[in-house]
Ligand binder design. Structure first.
Ligand SMILES: [Zn+2]
Length: 171
């Protein structure tokens, strides 16, 4: 698994990620996690975009099958269940640690005052976006973001099974 600094994004990576998201990717720092086929799964984005906008979501889930799996879990109200699981002190402490790890990773790319202390996905005490939490778990590897790990385990997508379409990228 990639830790910052990320594997640099190739022209093909940027084209595939843009096709995955249906819009041109911007301010990409690198590819933080990949599908087994090599396509981007998690795109790392700068904490301040070129136009000056603060952007807290360092790790963005771009892979459509992974995104769909997390959307399915959200529709099945798994977020409520995972939120409730944070009543466990040990899990809550690990989740707070994930928040700190996220901020540490992002700090390597500059301090952005507007988003100081703000990570993603609801961390450190809420579960608000499984896509963001799964993206962090994929980027950091197992054992860093416990809620992201649980979401990935629950979802019907695996980073080890390619479900990519042919993006017909010619670069
Ligand atoms: Zn793939």
């Amino acid at each position: 698994m990639s830790r910052p600094p990320f594997e640099p994004a190739s022209e093909r990576d940027l084209a595939v990620a843009s096709a995955q998201l249906g819009r041109p990717v911007r301010n990409v720092l690198g590819i933080a996690a990949r599908c087994v086929c090599g396509n981007p799964t998690v795109v790392a984005t700068a904490p301040r975009l070129a136009d000056g906008t603060p952007f807290p979501t360092l790790y963005y889930l771009s892979h459509p099958a992974a995104t769909a799996a997390m959307s399915d879990l959200e529709a099945e109200h798994v977020m409520v269940e995972l939120q409730d699981s944070l009543a466990d002190d040990e899990l809550a402490a690990a989740y707070a640690g994930a928040h700190a790890a996220y901020l540490d990773d992002r700090a390597q790319f500059g301090d952005v005052a507007e988003i100081a202390g703000i990570s993603a996905g609801g961390m450190p005490t809420r579960v608000k976006c499984l896509h963001a939490l799964a993206a962090h778990a994929l980027a950091a590897g197992p054992g860093v973001n416990p809620i992201g790990d649980l979401a990935l385990a629950r979802g019907d997508w695996s980073p080890l099974v390619c479900e990519c379409v042919d993006y017909q990228i010619d670069v």
